[in-house]
Design a protein around this ligand. Structure first.
Ligand SMILES: C[S@@+](CC[C@H](N)C(=O)[O-])C[C@H]1O[C@@H](n2cnc3c(N)ncnc32)[C@H](O)[C@@H]1O
Length: 268
């Protein structure tokens, strides 16, 4: 286990923040609801008030999630915790893996800009979701600070690194394909994208859970060196992490937790 004890916090449950069920006819996303969201937003009578206003765009997305279709975004309850972390940590550059329709990119990109940050990169595998996100980020007036990159977490991270857009990031937010978290973190470690000073926020530690990821970020340097020996995807086991688990609620109303991992050094 890591050097620092894990503490658990709960945030206030807000029943008014809950979305409609994600599941419709056995589908949780990708059944047309994301394009329908875009049409809903651009048909709103208050569209002009949304322009350049991230909070109002988020409210409009929440309205859709509560009255038309559930959406698999982070939602306002867990999202507000991350905004507080951004206000305290003041990241200049953030890397997000799993952008969906841009809710977290708008919320956290706005929080980052308010905290004096420069650039939020959101990597999203689906070109369709990425297009929806790009349009909503533009509507929110965040075009200069938030950029959507189409690709898997690994592809997007590599491309941004090779293009010289990212080196060490101040914060990484993992909210994509759960089995890919560990290997994508290891890639970030190898490239030096994650290193001393980086804060990693990883969502969905309860729903559906991610034991392999938690094992890696909680392991001692010595243990990670052992684990890395036979691993196909190697990380940088010398990075020292301390962790905190924060419990909160999905927009579905179900309880979940985020793992907050701070890289505080490198062991020789
Ligand atoms: C839970 S959603 C992200 C929600 C978003 N962060 C928010 O809070 O607004 C997960 C997203 O990850 C995307 N995804 C799935 N596998 C991926 C991968 N390997 N790399 C990047 N994105 C992926 C999905 O297309 C989906 O849009």
């Amino acid at each position: 286990m890591g050097a620092t004890p894990v503490s658990v916090e709960h945030t206030t449950y807000n029943p008014d923040a809950v979305y409609l069920s994600w599941e419709v006819d056995g589908k949780f996303f990708g059944d047309g609801r994301e394009v329908a969201l875009l049409e809903y937003i651009y048909a709103r009578p208050d569209l002009e008030k949304l322009r350049g206003n991230p909070q109002k765009v988020l409210q409009a997305i929440d309205d859709y999630g509560r009255s038309v279709r559930g959406l698999i975004n982070i939602g306002s309850m867990k999202g507000s915790i991350v905004c507080d972390i951004i206000a305290r940590h003041r990241p200049a550059v953030v890397l997000e893996l799993g952008g969906y329709i841009g809710y977290s990119a708008i919320m956290f990109g706005h929080a980052m800009r308010q905290a004096g940050g420069k650039q939020y990169y959101s990597v999203e595998k689906s070109p369709l979701f990425a297009a929806v996100a790009t349009s909503l980020i533009d509507l929110a007036g965040l075009r200069d600070h938030v950029r959507v990159v189409v690709g898997t977490g690994a592809e997007g991270t590599r491309r941004l690194y090779e293009e010289g857009k990212i080196s060490r990031v101040d914060m990484a937010f993992f909210d994509h394909f759960k089995p890919a978290y560990t290997d994508d973190l290891k890639l970030c470690e190898r490239l030096g994208v994650v290193g001393p000073g980086t804060l990693i926020v990883a969502d969905n530690m309860v729903l559906p859970g991610n034991p392999r990821y938690l094992e890696w970020v909680h392991a001692s340097v010595e243990r990670k060196r052992e684990m890395d020996k036979g691993a196909a995807e190697k990380g940088n086991p010398n990075l020292q992490y301390r962790n905190q688990s924060i419990s909160s609620w999905e927009p579905s109303g179900q309880e979940d937790a985020m793992e907050i991992t701070e890289c505080y050094g490198i062991e020789d």
